[in-house]
Write a protein that binds this ligand. Structure first.
Ligand code: PHE
Ligand code: NA
Length: 448
């Protein structure tokens, strides 16, 4: 039985906004500050920016082009471009990565949702009290699970409603509000007494502390934050029409994502130093530092409420792109109706997310390779699955699909910026070798 005709974005702006909605999320506001903090600040930021330009931009062009030229989900895209070869497995790895990422992403989004209500009640003042509040929250059983569940139900609802109606509308409305709110928080942070040290931490690099593991984290963060390496952008590109511009769209998406990450850094580090927090708090960082800032602000309840509301929504626009990868796969390849696909896949992802949801509570003693269940899910997806998926995708594009096809597709419809053959050595050799070497050395460094 044939499915409904494939949807397309209602405009190019629709694609850019949806892809930016996928990109901008917990990766920018929750993950970026804490990995910057863990890896010593500005030196990490510098490596991350290099990775965005040298790896992120070419990989994004490649993924959009693969999606648009085939109009398929990641598995279907590889099958269409290289029929009867095992390359579709790279798309399969992407689908699997989507499962793993969304399962813990939903847990963190659930923390953010519960913080909407905590903000209304008012955050306590000071570092210690906020540390305690957060510690109690994540050590629970019912609360983390219930919010993880609610978040997955909402995500499933949007995906069941379809691409344009579900995804495009929410994003168009909310992205601008998020930027304004971040600017307000940045203003409060940088005007606190002692904020200057935080700015120095973020912008004056000390390369002496850079380890192989630091570089791997910077690369992993660049894939994660741009939604690359697992087919989300292939999938979104598949709803893009050939009249639209690829190279420009990629720049806009990356610009928005990088801008918001830096704003998040500016919202957090100056305040962190001013209020006397440690930079190495890990995944709790935004949930501890910012509430302490809100507690010291006039109308802090209102700003805190808005902030965690928007963070939850930013998480939602990313989560739907993760679920869409898996859903598009079963819709296209297994002919499932969209609603059934969303519901069944969502239910499985909820279950897979139970261990990270309980990582600080009943499962706090459970570790794998020395990591708790949240760190473990995060590590295998960001430091292994995404970089591997990205490397295999560019090897495929450079050596199998071919640079001419990549460039023809990427430049089709483009009136302004076009990509040239400078991308060929990057796709064929520089990115694959660079990332693989960093991965191997970095993984050994992490485990050792
Ligand atoms: N880019 C999203 C973020 O930064 C996370 C994400 C990763 C979304 C991979 C889709 C695919 O929050
Ligand atoms: Na991001």
């Amino acid at each position: 039985m044939p499915n409904e005709p494939r949807e397309q974005w209602a405009s190019r702006l629709g694609f850019v906004l949806a892809a930016a909605g996928s990109a901008v999320g917990l990766g920018n506001i929750w993950r970026f500050p804490y990995v910057v903090g863990e890896h010593g600040g500005a030196a990490f930021l510098f490596l991350y920016l290099i990775a965005i330009v040298l790896i992120g931009y070419p990989v994004m062009i490649t993924e959009i082009s693969m999606g648009r030229s085939t109009q398929k989900n990641p598995v279907g895209a590889f099958k269409a471009l290289a029929p009867n070869t095992p390359w579709w497995l790279v798309g399969g790895l992407g689908v699997l990565t989507g499962f793993v990422i969304l399962s813990f992403y939903s847990v963190i989004a659930g923390w953010s949702m519960s913080y909407i209500f905590k903000a209304i009640a008012g955050f306590p003042e000071g570092a210690g009290a906020n540390e305690q509040l957060f510690g109690q929250h994540i050590a629970g059983v019912a609360e983390p699970l219930i919010y993880h569940f609610i978040f997955m139900v909402i995500t499933v609802g949007v995906i069941a409603a379809g691409v344009v109606k579900g995804i495009q509308r929410i994003v168009e409305l909310l992205m601008p509000i998020l930027v304004v709110l971040l600017l307000i928080v940045v203003f409060r942070g940088v005007t606190l007494e002692g904020a200057g040290e935080g700015l120095a931490f973020l912008f004056s690099p000390d390369f002496s502390a850079v380890q192989p593991e630091t570089i791997l984290s910077a690369i992993g963060q660049s894939f994660f934050t741009l939604s690359l390496g697992m087919g989300a952008i292939i999938t979104y590109g598949s709803y893009l029409s050939s009249k639209d511009e690829v190279p420009n769209s990629a720049i806009q998406i990356i610009g928005a994502d990088t801008g918001i990450a830096i704003l998040a850094g500016l919202a957090i580090f100056p305040a962190m130093f001013a209020l006397g927090f440690e930079t190495t708090q890990g995944p709790g960082l935004v949930f501890i530092t910012l509430p302490a800032v809100f507690a010291e602000m006039p109308m802090g309840e209102l700003f805190g409420f808005l902030f965690f509301l928007l963070l939850s929504i930013a998480a939602l626009t990313s989560a739907i792109s993760l679920l869409e990868v898996v859903a598009a796969y079963v819709i296209d390849e297994k002919n499932w109706p969209r609603k059934k696909a969303a519901a069944v896949v969502g239910a499985i992802i909820f279950v897979v997310g139970i261990p990270p949801a309980l990582h600080a509570g009943v499962l706090s003693d459970v570790t794998i390779i020395g990591m708790d269940m949240l760190d473990f899910y995060d590590f295998i997806s960001d430091s292994i699955m995404l970089p591997l998926g990205g490397v295999l995708t560019v090897i495929f594009a450079g050596h199998v699909w071919g640079m001419k096809n990549v460039a023809d597709e990427a430049n089709k419809g483009s009136r302004g910026l076009k990509i040239g053959h400078w991308m060929e050595p990057l796709l064929k050799y520089v990115i694959p070798l660079g990332v693989l070497i960093v991965m191997i050395v970095g993984i050994i460094d992490t485990l050792g």
